[in-house]
Design a protein around this ligand. Structure first.
Ligand code: ATP
Length: 361
């Protein structure tokens, strides 16, 4: 089911300052295509949960509309929207077994939808198989691991075949290894069901790794929507460039002058035909090429071996004093006593942002 947000805004009375208003969601306009997995991404407090709550119906918008397909659901209560919800803390019923938890949403169906006990059992088994917990049906939540509990929560959200599945930080209570595994599972389950899924995370790597599309937000404003690789390769502004990527993009004060990009007194890149202006120069860690004749001269601090690649930590000492993190192929050999390293740059890994507006130029 396609989800459309139209001029959607949500304001709250501030919890901190009496009489002030917080705009948690500021004029959202976007369309989530049917059957896709969408990662809603941004720093803490940027309005991710509020967006999800508006889509589920747990919050009512201040202005604007929400459509599921062509249907305006803005004024429908949550139970009539056909959404499946999964929260960070699973919220399973502790006194019920896994099977009873999964069939819970089926028990209150009315009229023609009403199901027999046998049909509910069948449905529970089918859904449990999908999330691979069908061997645990008689257990109580406390007898399950965090990852298994999260699967039960996902099964419960899927059992009624929702139009839209909404997950709020679904993996954040899991340890690192389980988190990795469960995110792959989430991708698989979503592919198998084809349910339009929106999941909230503040973890950019998590969002990038499994989403069809990511929506990057800050302070209640959508900054960029796109395929993960596209957003990484073509960030629209400094915030998006800094938010995506580990290690983080390196940022220097610089300027475009006489057809070149300058950082300090070094002309680091060609910028023929571009208007002179002050800029932020963003260089992705993988944008540095060790090159004896390169324009970027740094003091070598240390080399961290990461297998196929090495991370070179250096300081752009004479010019900006800034620490630089670069990722280069392990085939580049550095001497243990090496004190200096020179780099040239991959132009497509360098982004220029206006110094004032921080928009990409
Ligand atoms: P986190 O990642 O920390 O959960 P988030 O991106 O999900 O954050 P929201 O919980 O949507 O952000 O909050 C967005 C803004 O709206 C924050 O400034 C928050 O304090 C404010 N806010 C959210 N709910 C309310 C409320 N019921 N009353 C007042 N302010 C609220």
């Amino acid at each position: 089911m396609k989800v459309v947000l139209e001029n959607l805004t949500k304001q709250f009375a501030s919890r901190q300052k009496k009489g002030e208003v917080v705009t948690a969601v500021n004029n959202f306009n976007f369309e989530i295509p049917d059957g896709q997995l969408i990662g809603l991404l941004g720093p803490s407090g940027c309005g991710k949960s509020t967006t999800l709550n508006l889509i589920s119906g747990l919050e009512t918008p201040t202005t604007g509309k929400i459509y599921f397909g062509d249907e305006d659901v803005t004024n429908l209560p949550p139970e009539e929207r056909g959404v499946g919800l999964v929260f960070q803390n699973y919220a399973l019923y502790p006194h019920l077994t896994v099977e009873e938890n999964i069939i819970f949403p089926l028990q209150n169906l009315k009229g023609a939808q009403k199901m027999t006990k046998e049909a509910m059992h069948q449905k529970a088994v089918e859904t449990a198989k999908l999330v691979q917990i069908d061997g645990l049906m008689e257990r109580k939540p406390k007898e399950l691991s965090g990852g298994q509990q999260q699967r039960v929560a996902i099964a419960r959200a899927l059992v009624k075949i929702p139009k839209v599945l909404l997950l709020d930080e679904p993996l954040s209570n899991l340890d690192a290894r389980l988190r990795l595994q469960t995110r792959e599972e989430l991708r698989r389950i979503q592919r198998e069901t084809g349910v339009t899924t929106i999941f909230v995370t503040h973890d950019q790597e998590e969002a990038m790794s499994i989403s069809d599309l990511i929506i990057v937000m800050k302070d209640g404003v959508v900054h960029q929507i796109g395929k993960p690789q596209e957003v990484y390769d073509e960030p629209v502004n400094l915030f998006v460039a800094q938010f995506l990527g580990t290690p983080q993009i390196n940022v220097f004060e610089g300027e475009i002058r006489d057809g070149q990009v300058w950082i300090g007194e070094e002309a680091v890149l060609d910028a023929q035909g571009r208007e002179d202006r002050k800029v932020w120069v963003g260089i992705r860690p993988e944008g540095f090429i060790p090159d004896e004749n390169g324009p970027f001269t740094c003091k070598m601090d240390r080399v961290e071996v990461m297998g196929r690649d090495v991370s070179v930590v250096s300081t752009h000492e004479k010019m900006t004093g800034k620490s630089i993190r670069s990722i280069v192929s392990a085939e580049n050999k550095f001497r243990p006593d090496q004190t200096e390293v020179k780099f040239s740059l991959k132009p497509y890994k360098v982004f220029l942002f206006d110094r004032e507006s921080e928009e990409r130029v």
